[in-house]
Design a protein around this ligand. Sequence first.
Ligand SMILES: [Zn+2]
Ligand SMILES: [Zn+2]
Length: 384
Amino acid sequence: MRALVLDAEWNPQSSYDLTDDEKQRHRAMDSSSIWQNPELRVEERERPEPAEDEVLVRVKYAGICGSDVAMTETDDDGYMHYSAYTQLPNVIGHEFSGEVVETGDDADLFEAGDPVTAEVTDYCGRCQMCRQGFHGHCENFEQIGFTLDGAFAEYVTVPEKILWGVSELSQQYEDEDELYRAAATIEPSTITFYGLFGRAEGIWPGDYHVYHGVGPIGLTGMNVSRAAGAGKVIAFEPSDERREIAHDLGFEHVYNPIEVDPVEMVNEVTGGEGADVHVETSGAVGATYPVIEDTLAERANVVHISNAGSDPDLALRKYQGSSAQLYGSEGHTGQQVYPRTIRLMASGQLDNLPIITSTFDLENADEAVAQARKRVDGKVLIEM
Ligand SMILES: [Zn+2]
Ligand SMILES: [Zn+2]
């Protein structure tokens, strides 16, 4: 089968303390301190066989994530921008849809032909994090497209416990191609869904939501907020193209934070009440947190989702003075995040198709990544 493989040189920086596990397996916990000169190539690989508890999926579509882009970008010394976990060489890609081809001997939740998508993190279920319900922070995790072979390939094997059926999307998308395109956008939608409902507490219908940064996560997030009954959804985004996509989705309060004063704008749109929900999806935290802190409604929820390179100065007194809370949110694993997101999509309340702005063939996957690197698209998909 054809697959898009990421490789790089194992060259740990002298200041970095390698663990035994990192040394033995060439698995980097902090990729940006270890991998140099990353390179993508489309290559021929053996079709994988499902293990006992796995399912073999023929991939239809897979979306390019900010993390895929960051794995191909480097600093001046050639070190990868992406700072989290990777084991290379590896087939990347983790936001995907496909059709079940074959199931392992102990996997009986799915049948050949079922349309599916998957969570990213394979958790052990036995460690302290898993036993507390935080499967996304499993101490023995593996991740599809990061440490396990991913979905920019004709086939991928997935543990059945993190695979989800999406046949109910046919209520909304009669055309099979549309169904698989929509299903490939479930994963990015679950990132904000988990932040809003798995982590933050007490978000109400009618709340005013503000998105700081509307790349693919912010755009799918705005859709989730609207589907969940937000009173208004406000967004700040410097890219003209991305603001245009948000407008096309029907959002009217979308602004360039460089051209307008975001604090004044939130006050104007909310009638001076401030925003109840603040979602940080830009990473430019030095600019966004002062705005968030000056626009907190009473009992506001701040949901921190982006991977920022540095930390902002927090005005803690303002959180006290507004009974506000700041929630860290990472990933989407476990609980009921996937099935609920799929239900929202099946009901027609969450439609991400207009967010998909570019589609490439697997053979041209490197062009797809180059397109995503421009940071002007809603979502770039690869069709297998
Ligand atoms: Zn992703
Ligand atoms: Zn675990």
